[in-house]
Design a protein around this ligand. Structure first.
Ligand code: NAD
Length: 268
């Protein structure tokens, strides 16, 4: 689709602000509009002032129905409850949707999959090229290495992050489980404290660090007797997620109904 109109929900957020700015800076797409949560201080204000630049003549709205009716694609980096509402609206208005929100629970994912029967939806816990390549490498390593290689997933994020482990850490755990041919839910060891007993063979462990302004560090460790393989990714700026999100939104514009992932966009 040529020059698609892209809407941004949660436009005052850390990701939303950068995504709106990135869309405005490009000449192969247009900004269809931007919304924030009803009652948010920025509602009614000019989007330009939010981006720290000149006035754009685009007021921040609080009616997502209006935005979904006007846009070809909407980009959503908000919170799980908001993403549920947005998925239902995308289906109702026939607008494509990119869900980058993390912390989604199984019933949120089921609702998104249901909405994707009526419109194109891409759900991605991480929109960077590097992390999506890492997911493929982890699946491959887990398929090749025997169960005697203990798998541990470690992540660190900035102090404001509200969900744990990160959506990317969960996706890495899923990739490792897929490679090993097991179900993550049956083998995940989410946290350790006190008299935990010895590590259970075949488990996939998770460890979470929070602090400062870390954009996102992830490592997966395969630890055996005598050697340790570590594969990891460090995001030094949120710009990498923003770039991936806008690329994915452009790719999604005009696609038929269905549930897509970054693998489809990046051809991995
Ligand atoms: P943030 O808290 O800075 O921004 C979220 C914004 O959404 C806020 O401005 C909030 O007011 C707004 N919002 C909440 N409910 C809304 C509603 N109903 N309608 C409109 N706006 C609403 O958080 P952030 O750091 O920008 O992250 C947002 C989400 O994106 C988190 O789940 C985070 O984990 C995820 N994330 C994903 C990726 C990725 O690559 N997929 C990268 C970074 C962050």
């Amino acid at each position: 689709m040529n020059n698609p109109a892209i809407g941004v929900v949660g436009c005052a957020g850390r990701m939303g602000t950068m995504i709106a700015g990135a869309i405005l800076a490009r000449d192969d797409c247009r900004l269809a509009g931007a919304t924030e949560r009803p009652g948010a201080e920025v509602v009614g204000k000019d989007l330009g002032s939010l981006l720290g630049g000149e006035t754009l003549g685009v007021a921040v709205g609080d009616d997502p129905a209006e935005l979904f009716a006007a846009a070809d694609v909407v980009v959503d980096f908000t919170a799980p409850a908001a993403s549920r509402t947005h998925a239902a609206l995308a289906a109702e208005k026939g607008c494509a949707l990119l869900v980058g929100t993390t912390g989604l629970q199984p019933d949120d994912l089921a609702l998104i999959a249901q909405a994707a029967e009526r419109t194109a939806i891409l759900q991605a816990a991480n929109t960077s090229l590097g992390v999506n390549l890492l997911l493929a490498l982890i699946e491959q390593a887990a398929a090749k290495l025997p169960e005697s290689y203990d798998i541990e997933v470690l992540e660190m994020h900035h102090r404001h992050k509200v969900d744990a482990p990160s959506g990317t850490a969960l996706a890495l755990g899923e990739a490792a489980a897929r490679g090993r041919g097991i179900a993550l839910q049956e083998h995940a060891d989410w946290a350790r404290h006190g008299q935990t007993g010895a590590r259970r063979m075949g488990d996939i462990g998770f460890a979470v660090l929070r602090g400062g302004d870390v954009a996102g560090d992830h490592s997966v460790i395969f630890a055996a007797e005598g050697e340790r393989l570590e594969l990891g990714h460090r995001a030094s700026s949120r710009a990498v997620f923003v770039e991936g999100a806008v690329t994915a939104a452009l790719w999604l514009a005009g696609k038929p109904a269905g549930l897509y992932s970054m693998r489809d966009v990046l051809d991995l």
